[in-house]
Design a protein. Structure first.
Ligand SMILES: [Cu+2]
Length: 119
């Protein structure tokens, strides 16, 4: 998305120069295209079992399975983006969820839903 917008803005700049150039050779400025920021927010998918839900439904603690390349199995809390996100969830529910790790280390739930119990 970054790449595309950087490209289109460079195209717009180039077109603008060509259109205003009126036949005179104009060198378009070179705008560097940043492929990836040094620290990007990370998204992960995971599964686990709900251990507890904050009374105000601001967070849920989940015993999650290992997340390959990110962290081993453990119990930890995830922040809800809104209390509604945790509506209908209960302790012991088996869930599949995804979350974003922000630059300052918060873990924000992107989605969460109950999943079928494993046999
Ligand atoms: Cu963890």
């Amino acid at each position: 998305m970054r790449l595309r917008s950087a490209r289109s803005s460079r195209l717009a700049v180039t077109m603008g120069f060509l259109l205003s150039g009126g036949g005179v050779l104009v060198l378009a400025p070179r705008i560097p295209v940043e492929v990836a920021p040094a620290r990007a927010a990370q998204n992960h998918d995971a599964r686990g079992v709900v251990q507890s839900i904050a009374k105000d439904r601001s967070s849920v603690t989940i015993a999650h399975e290992a997340i390959p390349g990110f962290m081993p199995a453990m119990t930890m809390a995830f922040e809800a983006r809104s209390p509604d996100q945790l509506a209908g969830l209960h302790e012991k529910d088996r869930v599949v969820f995804s979350f974003t790790v922000t630059d300052d280390g918060r873990r924000l739930l992107d989605s969460i839903r109950t999943s079928a119990k494993s046999p």
